[in-house]
Write a protein that binds this ligand. Structure first.
Ligand SMILES: [Zn+2]
Length: 290
């Protein structure tokens, strides 16, 4: 680890949703069935909070509105531990499948429930499955209209559900229809020749060897860039229920679950982390509503 690496503060984030919020899996696509399914989100959010307390690290939790409403103590608990609360939408629908009005209604519902329960202002958004892609720039105007200060949904690599070419660093996004700028914290990729390889979250972090993940941190941090880590409660849950899905999704969804706890602890030990808002330089002292 170089001294340069030591001085960079990386962004740590968790998308707080249940195992059955995976997109495009027919067996769990109907929200009416969700309340009948076994849940892992509370148990593993507790594990994450405990682990971050032990490491004395603060992170951003992008909570699904549906989860907040179903477990009304969860958003408050996260805030009481000193973490930042963001929104991951209400129903976990892909942004490009919605009209601007549907997106606005869904997003407002999620912000209202998270703020009401936690007493803290929501500043940031992460789209379900990083589903802001070219053509859905109107979403940034909706974020601004609803008082959000930043987005962390752009995924500058090839992807099944999104992908958006953009600078590989925190920047001001100017491409909304009104031209109103908003802070953007894109997902980290490392350059391997012509390939942009994600390495710091979800299935990528579960599947890649620790040495590759550390190489990604090194190459970005040496250029002065923060790495954005994103994980879900289900990334730590090897016993989470299995549902029918295509083989390639099964592999990406379930491989590496047993190693993720160790990888997170390794990262917390080696690198400096903070909330997305603070990495973007947004003043978190204004997040108290009361
Ligand atoms: Zn999600």
């Amino acid at each position: 680890m170089t001294s340069t690496t030591n001085t960079i503060t990386n962004a740590l984030s968790f998308d707080i949703e249940d195992w059955f919020h995976m997109v495009d899996i027919d067996a769990v696509a109907d929200p009416k069935a969700w309340p009948t399914l076994p849940s892992i989100v509370v148990e593993y959010t507790h594990w994450i909070l405990h682990t971050l307390d032990d490491a004395n690290v603060k992170a951003t939790f992008f909570v699904l509105g549906w989860v907040a409403e179903r477990y009304p103590e969860l958003a408050k608990l996260i805030g009481d531990h000193g973490h930042e609360l963001g929104t991951h939408s209400y129903w976990h629908r892909k942004v490009y499948d919605l009209t601007p009005q549907q997106f606005r209604d869904d997003l407002k519902r999620s912000i209202d429930v998270i703020q009401e329960q936690s007493g803290r202002k929501v500043l940031g958004f992460r789209a379900p499955s990083f589903s802001i892609r070219p053509g859905t720039e109107w979403a940034f105007d909706v974020l601004g209209d609803l008082g959000l200060r930043y987005d962390t949904s752009l995924f500058p690599a090839r992807r099944g559900h999104g992908g958006y070419p953009c600078p590989h660093r925190p920047h001001l996004f100017n491409g909304a229809p009104t031209g109103r700028p908003i802070h953007e914290l894109p997902i980290s990729v490392m350059r391997l020749g012509p390939i942009n390889l994600p390495f710091s979250g979800g299935g990528y972090l579960r599947l890649l060897p620790g040495a590759v993940i550390r190489y990604g941190f090194k190459t970005l941090n040496q250029r002065g860039l923060p790495v954005v880590v994103y994980l879900h409660p289900r990334d730590f849950a090897p016993e989470c229920p299995r549902v029918p899905m295509p083989l390639h999704r099964r592999f990406k969804s379930y491989v590496g679950l047993r190693s993720t706890k160790g990888k997170l602890k390794m990262l917390l030990h080696r690198y400096r982390f903070d909330t997305c808002a603070r990495v973007l330089g947004i003043d978190p002292s204004r997040t108290a509503l009361k």
